[in-house]
Design a protein around this ligand. Structure first.
Ligand SMILES: [Zn+2]
Length: 289
């Protein structure tokens, strides 16, 4: 009798432990934070979606003026890492606050050591002056360096099977190398190298692959009527084909220039989740300039 009771108790205890073990594991699932959706795609590929990714900037919002929600603040607190871009609009305001509030999260600058282009402007950002350009990720050449830092830190965490991580990294590097070739190819094939864009988010593409970016926004401000007139003339005389717009910004000035000059208005999304598809689409447009 005694023996069978003891036996049942052991069984019961092991069942309880088994279940609490499961829930604890589920609740303690790995969370990591990133600033923008392209980083989420990279992290999903690297970890085989084993990580819950807290992406701060939601689709369509402006990085210069964005504030995180209480849920995002909570998930930041649960994060092993926060992979940030460095000096990307809201990060200037929020990164010091995150650092103050989180003792266990490690803050990883994914653009550390990359030489930046200067003279970028963001309208509505807290410090509205000339700054170094944070849009590094748009260029696969720079993205490869950012991804290398993420991969190294994931390995350092010892939370993943290293050989799976290694092979996922190879897959991601191959994807980025493919994009890199597409942009090189685009630069070789394009009849002319100039494009117009509302907010100058593609400076690293222009710099890395040999294109000329003309921005409608002037030093982070709405263009004047005289500048719009000048742009229309330039688009006509250089036979510029495309005017790129991003959903975060007002389209009206770009629309006027497109209508008056005959150029085509193209919406791009450098902050969208599907970095691979977005970059491929962009490379195809640049190829046909
Ligand atoms: Zn910008």
């Amino acid at each position: 009798m005694m023996k069978s009771r003891l036996f049942s108790l052991i069984i019961l205890l092991s069942i309880i432990t088994f279940f609490t073990g499961c829930t604890a594991k589920k609740e303690q699932g790995i969370t990591m934070s990133v600033s923008i959706l392209p980083q989420k795609q990279w992290l999903d590929i690297l970890t085989g979606k084993q990580v819950h990714v807290n992406c701060l900037l939601p689709p369509g919002s402006n990085p210069a003026t964005y504030s995180p929600t209480p849920k995002q603040m909570k998930e930041m607190n649960q994060s092993v890492y926060y992979f940030y871009i460095d000096q990307l609009g809201f990060e200037n305001v929020w990164l010091p606050k995150f650092k103050d509030l989180n003792e266990t999260t490690m803050f990883i600058n994914t653009t550390a050591g990359i030489v930046r282009l200067e003279g970028h402007h963001h309208k509505g950002s807290v410090e509205e002056h000339e700054e170094s350009d944070p849009h590094l990720w748009v260029s696969p050449k720079e993205a490869k360096k950012m991804v290398e830092i993420m991969y190294a830190m994931l390995g350092y965490s010892k939370l993943f099977n290293q050989s799976t991580l290694d092979s996922n990294y190879v897959i991601l590097q191959n994807d980025l190398n493919k994009l890199d070739s597409l942009f090189k190819d685009a630069a070789l094939n394009a009849q002319q190298k100039t494009f117009v864009i509302y907010h100058p988010a593609l400076a690293y593409i222009a710099h890395d692959y040999g294109f000329e970016q003309i921005s409608i926004e002037k030093e982070g401000k709405e263009p004047t009527a005289a500048y719009i007139k000048q742009l229309i003339d330039e688009v006509k005389s250089k036979k510029i084909k495309y005017i790129f717009i991003q959903k975060q910004f007002d389209k009206s000035n770009a629309q006027v220039i497109a209508e008056e000059s005959g150029a085509e208005l193209i919406e791009i999304d450098p902050l969208g989740y599907d970095y691979m598809a977005e970059s491929e689409k962009l490379a195809n447009y640049l190829k046909n300039l």
